[in-house]
Design a binder for this molecule. Structure first.
Ligand SMILES: [Zn+2]
Length: 363
């Protein structure tokens, strides 16, 4: 580790802030020019520096600039803590390692192989985002195996004298982890905590394909809460100060969205029927694409009903509502039917034949 660079912030070199809470500084990478969309977090102790989720490489110029404003270069970083490997969280990692080959990258073992060889990840993400994936995220370079520390959950990571417990928190992604620093009460929860723009009391899930798992997500929220965090750090976006309330709202909305998707999936598929004036609500939905639009409009209307327009538009953009439709339909279609299920399994519905089923991976 090189000696720490001169700092221009109020964060003293010991990493202990004026409030005695270990330093964790939000870096807004201003994704595609949008503030408060993607946050990285800068951790420091004893001259050692780490980033939680550096963001996509398209945002690297801003990340680099904001580190420089703090007297930090990429070469000064020691570690990258990845919550998961989706492109908007992890995309810049390989580029950062190429620039600083001493970087240690922490990632769950199920994501580690895709960081070493992102070809399948990128092919799958391309099915969701192309054309235009490169313009949305930039390059995603492989990370050499020697830079990667694969995690299972249960480990403790040291940064100077600071300690971070690794919690395995699948649900949003099968390879998602949360880093919990008990000394500060900070849980770096990534997308397990959904989307909540700092300062606005509204939480929505983000549920893209391919491995949304609602029971696992519930358990992950319980696991984080079992540590009694004082604050959550979200990539989208920033700090949330009341974790119990936050997860209660997220849990409720996730259940509501999942039920809504399931209900819409059970509607007839095919040419828009001539159903007359007594048609059930939604009976005219012809296919998955139309249903996806209906779902996104339904979710967006609730968001708009809860806040002023400018903030609502921010949420709708950040949430990628179409992706949550795809992720939740995949969840229902691939989930084994339970004996207690009172409605037909979506896996047997005509909608299961939709080409949208082939979606494999998201960012
Ligand atoms: Zn994600």
């Amino acid at each position: 580790m090189r000696s720490p660079p001169p700092r221009k912030t109020t964060m003293p070199p010991t990493g202990i802030s004026l409030t005695e809470t270990p330093a964790a500084e939000t870096i807004d990478v201003e994704y595609l020019g949008h503030p408060r969309a993607i946050a990285s977090c800068l951790l420091e102790n004893d001259g050692q520096l780490a980033l939680v989720d550096p963001g996509p490489s398209i945002s690297l110029p801003t990340l680099r600039q904001k580190l420089q404003q703090r007297g930090i270069t990429i070469a000064d970083l020691r570690a990258i803590f990845l919550t998961h490997i989706h492109l908007d969280h992890a995309g810049a990692t390989g580029t950062l390692v190429r620039e600083n080959p001493r970087l240690c990258v922490y990632v769950h073992e199920l994501g580690a192989r895709h960081m070493k060889d992102p070809s399948k990840l990128l092919a799958s993400a391309g099915r969701l985002y192309n054309p235009g994936m490169d313009q949305k995220f930039g390059e995603f370079l492989p990370v050499p195996a020697e830079n990667i520390t694969a995690l299972k959950g249960g480990e403790e990571i040291a940064l100077g004298s600071r300690r971070f417990e690794v919690l395995y928190t699948p649900g949003h992604a099968s390879h998602h982890v949360t880093y919990f620093e008990s000394a500060a009460g900070h849980a770096f929860a990534g997308d397990t905590a959904g989307i909540r723009i700092e300062g606005i009391s509204f939480v929505v899930p983000v549920a893209p394909p391919p491995d949304i798992d609602i029971p696992a997500w519930r358990r992950s929220m319980d696991l984080i809460l079992s540590r009694h965090p004082a604050r959550l750090f979200l990539t989208h976006f920033g700090w949330s100060e009341n974790p119990a309330e936050h997860f209660e709202e997220l849990r409720d909305r996730l259940e509501t969205w999942a039920a809504q998707v399931r209900e819409m999936m059970a509607l007839p598929v095919g040419p828009t029927p001539d159903v007359g004036a007594h048609a059930p609500v939604g009976a005219g939905l012809a296919d998955d694409a139309r249903r996806m639009g209906e779902f996104s409009s339904w979710a967006a209307s609730e968001i708009h009903s809860r806040m002023e327009r400018e903030h609502a538009e921010h949420y709708v953009t950040a949430a990628g509502l179409d992706l949550s439709w795809l992720g939740l339909t995949r969840y229902w279609r691939t989930r084994p039917a339970l004996p207690s299920d009172s409605t037909p399994s979506p896996s047997t519905s005509p909608a299961a034949a939709s080409p949208l089923r082939s979606t494999k991976f998201s960012a």
